[in-house]
Design a protein around this ligand. Structure first.
Ligand SMILES: Cc1ncc(C[n+]2csc(CCOP(=O)(O)OP(=O)(O)O)c2C)c(N)n1
Length: 621
């Protein structure tokens, strides 16, 4: 079902992210802006889908900073606004975010940030709660989807009551579990009316900032004293208690049940600042020892230590001495720690050995992916030009160029970082030629400033834009270069080549990566050009995402004609498998063969086969 369907009282199964979206709809969100990123994406998608139906504004922004600013602007007009992002997205938005901590807001402003413990699909495991602390912005953490929905509504109310932005922090498990949610009424979107001019708050000049800093501290202390919704005490036996938040509370519940323990528990939703009176009460319920069960950093633990000091709690506070700061927790890990604390025996459950002999397979680009063809081009051009190449990479499907057979991603830090790092390398390592890669969505998101720097400071680098005309990695979302928005409506198209030329790049070429020969020729030209001119060159490798195109074809009822290997001509040279690495090509009896079920008929293998042994079914190569 869609998150905007169903009536109050219905019990429905929702994904954590959908429950969060539903909470925003029940709160009357009027504006939504976000940038996709696992594990947050489904919340943004569900809200955008609901926006046309319910009459509020929603957009996929160019990056998270812009998303937060769009949401802030709407809040300054009295609207209820939400910005969505993954944890590292908050780094991009951090400059604005830190200042919002000072200025506060007008209409409710909720920032959904989804963390990724275990870094399932991220470059780090950073804990957003520390950002809340850093900016004096309260953090609410739900433990299951139904609570997530309710907590989002509460977050809007808290935001307006205290005139502060509020973070709702989710994690991968919570965002991606599906469980029962009880629907409430949908509210009419709170759209606000006009800009609430307040020069004392929205203009962060030094004199204002110093005052606002003090006010921010007072606000957060007030919230600590007054708020404790969705946090509660469970009484129990003994003098040792447990504090938990988020999904970790679920693990604690299970562990206590399995260990047959009945001890005091403090379940927290407000994890920054801590609800002071509830903590004080808990100190008296667990006078001997408190064990904090939380994922990632010791955010609750450190705050508890500080409150313990202030309030004269003399018991012991434990947490990260028992439980890991790295990766996700689970019931077994929590059970083991609690068994140790309470002196119980614990036998580690045996893991199933499924005895399935699955060959290890590195992650790979899809059959027909233009990125693969372009990596092949980069490899061939580098070889032909006999250069010592350095290949700074970036974040997106094309990060898979790290794996064999290409090995063409030498660095990968965060979105937009590849080119910037390449600029430094080009100055520090004069013998090498820097060929940086970046995706189209990433180019718009965070790539442009480094390109301007390359022009302004004369960096001899080649930037290859791996343009599959979509934000593919996170689920084919549109971006400013696609010419349409998430609803499929036409939008003005921003052209990467226009931007490159406009910032002063003199060598800008567009290639079709399937046209391997021409692409090698153009890339070789670019390499020569940057060496001769001591300036950057941009080569845009443009090919629509093969997976997307394949699905479109199927939808249109078109057939895909696969290629096949003519066994008599194939010499078993392995260029197609070992240098190109398409998953649709394999070897049998020292001959290549094509798995027709997954071949999308791109024909690049036929082009690179040195013996013309690959042919199109029903025709020639
Ligand atoms: C700051 C930040 N926001 C969002 C993400 C999630 N994310 C990873 S790659 C990517 C974009 C990929 O799109 P593109 O650059 O076009 O490359 P493609 O996957 O299409 O090859 C996004 C949004 C992230 N890693 N970091």
């Amino acid at each position: 079902m869609k998150v905007f369907e169903g009536k109050a009282g219905d019990r429905v199964l929702l994904l954590g992210n959908e429950a969060i979206a539903r909470g925003a709809l029940e709160a009357g969100v009027g504006y939504v802006a976000g940038y996709p990123g696992t594990p947050s994406t489904e919340a943004l998608e569900a809200l955008i889908e609901a926006s046309s139906k319910l009459g509020f504004y929603a957009e996929i922004s160019t990056n998270e900073k812009v998303a937060l600013e769009v949401a802030l602007g709407a809040s300054l007009c009295g609207g209820r606004a939400m910005a969505t992002m993954k944890h590292v997205g908050l780094n991009v938005a951090a400059d604005t975010f830190m200042s919002i901590g000072y200025s506060g807001v007008e209409g409710g402003l909720v920032i959904l940030v989804a963390d990724d413990p275990y870094a399932h699909s991220s470059q780090n495991e950073q804990d957003t709660r520390l950002y809340g602390m850093h900016a004096y912005i309260p953090v609410l953490e739900p433990w299951e989807p139904n609570e997530a929905k309710e907590l989002v509504k509460h977050a809007f109310e808290t935001s307006e009551k205290y005139k502060t932005a509020v973070i709702v922090r989710s994690t991968t498990r919570l965002s991606h579990i599906r469980s029962e949610v009880i629907l409430g009424e949908l509210a009419s979107p709170v759209l606000g009316d006009e800009f609430k001019r307040d020069l004392s708050r929205w203009v962060l000049l030094p004199a204002n900032s110093r005052r606002l800093h003090r006010e921010a501290l007072e606000r957060i202390n007030k919230i600590s004293r007054e708020e404790n919704a969705f946090s509660w005490l469970q009484e129990g036996r003994g003098e040792v208690g447990i504090v938990a938040s988020g999904i970790a509370y679920g693990y604690v519940r299970e562990a206590l049940k399995d260990l047959n323990l009945d001890v005091p528990v403090l379940k927290l939703s407000l994890t920054y600042p801590l609800p002071r009176s509830l903590v004080e009460e808990f100190f008296s319920l667990a006078p001997k020892e408190i064990v904090v069960v939380e994922e990632l950093d010791p955010v609750i633990e450190l705050q508890l230590r500080s409150l313990a000091d202030e309030l004269g709690y003399s018991g012991r506070i434990r947490g990260k001495d028992l439980l890991p700061s790295v990766g996700e927790l689970n019931t077994t890990v929590v059970k083991k720690a609690l068994a140790e604390v309470f002196g119980l025996s614990f036998v580690e459950p045996e893991l199933f050995d499924l005895e399935v002999n699955v060959p290890p397979r590195p992650p790979t680009l899809c059959p027909g992916c233009g990125h693969r063809a372009m990596f092949y081009v980069i490899k061939m051009a580098s070889k032909r030009m006999r250069i010592k190449g350095v290949y700074p990479g970036d974040i997106g499907c094309y990060t898979l160029g790290f794996f064999p057979p290409f090995r063409l991603v030498d660095t990968s830090y965060c979105m937009g970082s590849g080119l910037g790092i390449g600029l430094g390398i080009s100055k520090a390592s004069l013998d090498e030629v820097v060929i940086a890669t970046i995706g189209d969505s990433t180019f718009f998101h965070a790539g442009i400033p480094a390109l301007i720097d390359a022009v302004y400071n004369s960096h001899p680098v080649v930037l290859v834009v791996m343009d599959n005309s979509l934000t593919a990695m996170t689920g084919h979302q549109p971006h400013p270069g696609t010419g349409f928005d998430f609803r499929g409506e036409q939008r003005p198209k921003v052209h990467i080549e226009d931007i490159a030329r406009a910032v002063g790049v003199k060598f800008v070429r567009i290639v079709d990566p399937y046209d391997v020969k021409r692409a090698i020729h153009v890339l070789s030209e670019a390499i020569n050009w940057v060496r001769e001119n001591n300036a950057p060159a941009v080569v845009i490798a443009r090919k629509l995402c093969a997976l997307y195109e394949y699905r479109q074809k199927l939808r249109r009822g078109e057939k895909v004609t696969p290629y096949y290997v003519d066994e008599a001509t194939c010499t078993g040279c392995r260029v197609c498998t070992d240098m190109f690495g398409c998953p649709a090509i394999s070897m049998k009896d020292n001959k290549a063969f094509i798995i027709s079920d997954i071949c999308v008929g791109c024909g690049v293998c036929a082009e690179i086969c040195p013996f013309d042994a690959i042919k199109k079914e029903g025709g020639s190569s």
